[in-house]
Ligand binder design. Structure first.
Ligand code: PMP
Length: 390
C-alpha cells in the first residue's frame, strides 16, 4: 500500500524532482487519494440496485454535486467521461449534428482541433489570435455571421501559455449569432472561478487530473435544455442518461469530486499563492538569465503558468540539462512530435522561438523552496548549455 505521506501529491522518488508541469497533470490531492482508496476497496457497480451498488451510486452522485458546485452547474448537467479528450469529442460530435459551420480557434488543444477536423461538417473556420495569444474577436464575429447555425468551440485557458479567453465577450457574440458555444475549460477549472449560472455557455469540458483528481476521468457540462442532438459517442448500457454508456469509474469520479471540493475551498488562497510563486520564478529567471522572452499576455493568463523562450537554446537541450526540474517543451501532449508548437506559431512567433520555449506550470503543492531551487537550476543549465554550444 502506498503510504499516506507519499500522497502529499508526489511519490518519494518523484519528490526529488521539482515538479513544474501541472498543466500536463497535477499531483493527486490527499483528499482525492483518501476518497478513492475507500471507493477502490469496496465492491459495487453504480448501476446495481443492491446495497453495495447503491453505496457506489450515492458516492458518485455526491461527486456529481461537487463537480457541479465547482463550476456553478446543476448536478443533472454533468456527464461523467474518461477525461477532457472524450468530453471535447462528445461535445463537438453532438453539437455539430445540426450545425452548418464549426468555428474553433487556432490555439485549441488537439482534442478540439482534431475532433473538429473529423466532423462531417464541410464548413470549418479557424479563428486566429494576436501576438499575446488573445482571440481575435472580430474574426469570430465574421465567422459566425450568416451561417444559420454554427458551433463555436474555444478554450477557457491555453494549456501552453496559460492565456485566458474573454468568455463574457465571446458569449455576447455567440448569443447574438444564435450559435452554440462549447468551452474547453480543462486548464481553468479548479484554478480560477467558473460560474456557469452567470455565463451563456452551452457545453463545457473539464478533466480531473488537471486540478488534483485522478487521470482518466472528467466531465462534460451540458446545459439543461441545450438544443444538441442526442448523439452519444459510446452506446451500450445507457449510463449517464444514455450520454455515456459504460460501467461508471466510481473511484475515479469520487476522486474527482473530492479534488473538486478541495479546489473550490482553496481556490482564492491557491490562486494568490501560486501566482506569487509564478511571478517570483519568472522574475528570478529574467534577472539571472539573458535572452529570455515571455510568451502570452502578461496579466490575462492563468496564475500558475510561465511560458519562456530561451534565445538560441533548443528547449529539449535545456530540459535535458536540468533533470532536477520537470517542465515541458511546448505542450506535453505535443512533445515527442518534432513539429513546433502550433500555439506559438499562431501567435506569430518564429519556429526557432517556439523550439526554444519551455513551459513551467505550478500548482497546489508547489513550494517557495522549490521555486528558489528551480531558479538556480534553470540558470545553471542555461549557462552550461550556452557554454557547450559556443
Ligand atoms: N484540453 C486541454 C486544454 C488540455 O490541456 C488537455 C490535456 N492536456 C486536454 C484537453 C485533454 O485532457 P485529458 O487528458 O483529460 O484527455
Amino acid at each position: 500500500m502506498p503510504r499516506e505521506d507519499d500522497v502529499q501529491g508526489l511519490s518519494r522518488e518523484a519528490s526529488e524532482v521539482i515538479y513544474l508541469d501541472y498543466n500536463a497533470t497535477a499531483p493527486l490531492r490527499p483528499e482525492a487519494w483518501a476518497a478513492m482508496s475507500e471507493a477502490l476497496l469496496r465492491v459495487g457497480n453504480a448501476s446495481s440496485a443492491h446495497t453495495l451498488g447503491r453505496w457506489a451510486s450515492e458516492r458518485a452522485e455526491s461527486a456529481r454535486n461537487e463537480v457541479g458546485h465547482l463550476i456553478g452547474a446543476a448536478p443533472n448537467e454533468i456527464i461523467f467521461t474518461s477525461g477532457a479528450t472524450e468530453a471535447n469529442n462528445l461535445a463537438l460530435h453532438a453539437a455539430a449534428v445540426r450545425a452548418q459551420r464549426v468555428v474553433v480557434s487556432a490555439v485549441e488543444h488537439p482534442a478540439v482541433l482534431e475532433a473538429a477536423r473529423a466532423l462531417p461538417v464541410a464548413d470549418l473556420r479557424i479563428i486566429g489570435v494576436d501576438e499575446d495569444g488573445l482571440l481575435l474577436l472580430d474574426e469570430l464575429e465574421d465567422a459566425v455571421a450568416g451561417s444559420g447555425g454554427s458551433v463555436v468551440s474555444v478554450m477557457a485557458a491555453n494549456n501552453e501559455t496559460g492565456v485566458l479567453t474573454d468568455l463574457a465577450a465571446i458569449t455576447k457574440i455567440t448569443r447574438r449569432a444564435g450559435a452554440l458555444l462549447h468551452v474547453d475549460a480543462t486548464q481553468l477549472v479548479g484554478k480560477l472561478p467558473m460560474n456557469l449560472s452567470l455565463l451563456d455557455i452551452d457545453l463545457l469540458s473539464l478533466s480531473a487530473h488537471k486540478f488534483g483528481g485522478p487521470q482518466g476521468v472528467g466531465a462534460l457540462f451540458l446545459r439543461r435544455g441545450c438544443p444538441v442532438a442526442f448523439e452519444p459517442l459510446l452506446r451500450g448500457g445507457g449510463q449517464e442518461r444514455g450520454w455515456r454508456s459504460g460501467t461508471l469509474n466510481v473511484a475515479g469520479v469520487v476522486g474527482m469530486g473530492a479534488a473538486a471540493r478541495a479546489a473550490a475551498d482553496q481556490l482564492e488562497v491557491e490562486r494568490r499563492r501560486v501566482m506569487t510563486l509564478r511571478d517570483h520564478l519568472e522574475a528570478g529567471i529574467l534577472a539571472t538569465v539573458n535572452g529570455v522572452e515571455r510568451n502570452g499576455h502578461p496579466d490575462f493568463r492563468l496564475p500558475g503558468v510561465s511560458s519562456l523562450a530561451f534565445r538560441g537554446i533548443p528547449a529539449d537541450a535545456l530540459l535535458s540539462a536540468m533533470p532536477g526540474v520537470a517542465a515541458s517543451d511546448g505542450s506535453a501532449c505535443a512533445s515527442g512530435a518534432l513539429t513546433p508548437s502550433h500555439v506559438l506559431l499562431a501567435m506569430h512567433r518564429s519556429r526557432e522561438h517556439a523550439e526554444s520555449t519551455v513551459r513551467f506550470s505550478l500548482g497546489h503543492a508547489t513550494t517557495a523552496a522549490e521555486i528558489e531551487e528551480a531558479i538556480m537550476q534553470v540558470g545553471d543549465a542555461v549557462r552550461r548549455v550556452r557554454t557547450a554550444m559556443s
